[in-house]
Design a protein around this ligand. Structure first.
Ligand code: MBD
Ligand code: FE
Length: 307
């Protein structure tokens, strides 16, 4: 094979000019990043003999995809990759222990009601298994952290999230729970179902084209924070879900699959005053001490704000 055109002095010099590298003004780091991204795309076009029709088709598809970029990003592994980078940085810094982080995803809503100690998460009437989840927020030594905030959000029994699913009431399955004096949080909710990307959307089209699915196993999201501790973004999975280890967003991690106790005996139901099966999950979060104040705060990713 002959030398790629991309490597020719003419194209290399074109790339330098495109990235502003010949000028003295502008952001030097951004110039290098643009140089790399555009150069890699040039090389891709050449290596795969991408036709003009394919190029313009792809550009149009990406442009149409913008409203679903929040799903492209986890689906293409970027969000999990960012976690892997931070894990590696922690390891290098000798930071060990603490509840594993995993991706936030695109479906958080700021401003959920703040309650002390315990919360009821289901707002709308819905048929499903009741879920009781509880635990503590601890420091690395196992000491409870009082006044920590457990910000929890999850899907309903059809795998849909309030706000993004306008048929649900605001903040359905979304609460911020402040831990009590013993570091405890507790909530009553309904066992969520797994999520699927919107049918016919660009994410689904892209995944279909490469022989993948857009399903997530049932999961519950958490931001856990307390003054003086590193902010934690994580999720737990509902054990037994068929997609548990086949998540389109690659968020399932060891240490984040707590046992789930399922109850359906008449005696158990009677004891809880329920008339259908329920489930219980016990899960403690461990936060690491923040070395710098900026570790206490959430990333500045744009998020929906309500209320
Ligand atoms: C979700 O519920 C989710 O958590 C992620 C990461 C992507 C899509 C839907
Ligand atoms: Fe989710």
């Amino acid at each position: 094979m002959s030398t790629p055109i991309t490597k020719s002095p003419e194209v290399q010099s074109l790339l330098d000019k495109v990235a502003g590298l010949n000028g003295t003004i502008g952001d030097p780091r951004l110039k290098k990043i643009i140089r790399r991204i555009v150069g890699d795309l040039f090389a891709t076009v050449e290596e795969f003999n991408i036709t003009e029709d394919e190029f313009w088709g792809a550009l149009n598809f990406v442009a149409q995809g913008a409203p679903e970029f929040g799903l492209w990003v986890p689906g293409l592994g970027f969000e999990h990759f960012l976690d892997l980078l931070r894990d590696e940085a922690d390891k290098k810094a000798g930071l060990d222990g603490g509840t594993p982080r995993t991706i936030e995803g695109p479906l958080y809503v700021n401003g959920a009601p703040l309650v002390k100690g315990e919360a009821r998460l289901d707002v709308d009437p819905e048929v499903g298994d009741v879920l009781f989840m509880q635990g503590r927020v601890l420091d690395a030594a196992g000491k409870p952290i009082a006044g920590a905030i457990v910000d929890v959000w999850h899907a309903n029994t059809r795998g849909n999230y309030s706000h993004f699913d306008p048929s649900q009431s605001p903040f359905n399955f979304r609460r911020r729970i402040e831990t009590d004096g013993e570091g405890r949080y507790r909530f009553r909710s309904l066992v969520p179902s797994g999520y699927a990307v919107p049918p016919k959307g660009t994410t689904e089209q892209l995944l279909d084209a490469i022989g993948r699915h857009g399903k997530r196993p049932a999961h519950i999201h958490f931001f856990v924070s307390a003054p003086g501790y590193r902010h934690l973004t994580t999720q737990i999975n509902i054990d037994g879900d068929p997609y548990l280890h086949d998540d389109f967003a690659y968020a399932t991690r060891d240490g984040l699959i707590p046992p789930i106790a399922r109850h359906e005996s008449p005696a158990d139901l009677h004891a809880k005053g329920l008339n259908g099966p329920y489930a219980e999950i016990e899960f403690d979060f461990t936060l690491l001490k923040a070395e710098k104040p900026d570790e206490e705060v959430l990333s500045s990713r744009p998020r929906v704000s309500l209320g």
